[in-house]
Design a protein around this ligand. Structure first.
Ligand code: PBG
Length: 325
């Protein structure tokens, strides 16, 4: 076909490239995951996530105001719970004055427009570091779903806009939807971690919350990374059960799944670019092996191009600053 087709014509300069660009990103696409701890004035740097901190509520609220001023419209909240408050049932998870509930209230008070999406899973509250209740070395599905339901209602009562179950128990989306309806929280949405893989990329996150499983692994509930069809099944089930948004997690190594899920569902797809993905870029940049900002932006564009409507990313703030320039 050459010379009729010279594909390079559309790449001649930045003006034409920007005219034909198929994907754009903006701070509106991002959610920022935040780690909250007890205390006041506390700011602990996270060793395996350079540039990020676990902060007490007062400093978390300050950070949320800054995120809002950068155009970031949603945050994912994870709490580090004192060991004394942990048990097998995760009861602290639905304490109406628990750290998560206080955090939700404080953020909604300070920045009412910020969409607050608390994590719904028992691991930060569990003496076993598992996402569910443990009996005889097994993670018990239905009893865990009851606990997650209480947890979700208590998040809704505290003012959460969405609840975000990340536990991978069966049937939890339907049970949570039903409980939210019955308690009058019709407008509280569910962002389900639908296709969440059992991934070694979660390592730095578990360091941040001190939430690594005490025995075994999470492979009886999180998905096998060798599987693809299962991700579509999970996402379709969650949509049927009432999920408003479905999520695929991790991000970069799973973009084939993102596209397939995107094509299979009629709800927005979120992608979680997880802690290990962040850590890899930081480490390589620190060594001078990669250009940090360029790699960060490339990854965010690629996640969006793959089909993400929303990206949960630890890079949200740094990327927003660049995008706002
Ligand atoms: C816990 C949870 C995890 C992450 C989000 N929610 C860890 C896990 O499942 O063990 C990981 C996020 C990240 O690595 O950034 N339910």
């Amino acid at each position: 076909m050459y010379p009729i087709h010279r594909n390079r014509r559309l790449r001649t300069n930045e003006s034409i490239r920007s005219l034909v660009r198929e994907t754009t990103i903006s701070p509106n696409d991002f959610m920022f995951p935040m780690f909250v701890a007890e205390g006041k004035g506390v700011e602990v740097p996270l060793g395996s996530m350079p540039g990020l901190f676990r902060r007490s509520l007062d400093l978390t609220v300050k950070e949320v105001k800054e995120l809002w001023s950068l155009g970031i419209k949603a945050v994912n909240i994870y709490v580090k719970v004192d060991d004394k408050l942990k048990d097998n049932a995760g009861k602290e998870a639905w304490n109406k004055d628990g750290l998560m509930q206080q955090t939700i209230r404080a953020i909604k008070d300070a920045v009412p427009g910020m969409i607050v999406m608390p994590d719904v899973a028992l691991d930060p509250y569990s003496i076993h570091g598992h996402d569910g209740i443990v009996e005889n070395g097994l993670i018990i599905n239905d009893a865990t779903v009851d606990a997650l339901t209480r947890m979700s209602v208590s998040h809704a009562e505290a003012g959460a806009d969405f609840v975000a179950p990340s536990d991978m128990m069966d049937g939890r989306v339907y049970a949570i939807r039903k409980a939210l309806e019955e308690s009058g929280h019709h407008d509280v949405g569910i962002m389900s971690y639908s296709a969440k893989y059992a991934s070694a990329f979660y390592g730095p996150f578990r360091d941040a919350l001190d939430s690594a499983p005490g025995f075994g692994d999470k492979k009886t509930y999180q998905m096998d990374y060798a599987n693809r069809i299962e991700a579509i099944k999970e996402a379709l089930h969650d949509v049927e059960e009432g999920a408003d948004i479905v999520m695929v997690k991790p991000g970069m190594a799973y973009l084939d799944i993102v596209r397939e899920v995107k094509n299979a569902v009629n709800v927005p797809v979120a992608v979680y670019q997880v802690s290990g993905e962040y850590a890899m870029v930081k480490a390589a940049a620190e060594k001078g092996w990669l250009d940090h900002d360029k790699v960060m932006m490339e990854q965010l564009y690629c996640i969006k191009r793959a089909g993400a409507s929303i990206i949960s990313t630890y890079f949200a703030k740094e990327a927003a600053i660049i995008l706002n320039k």
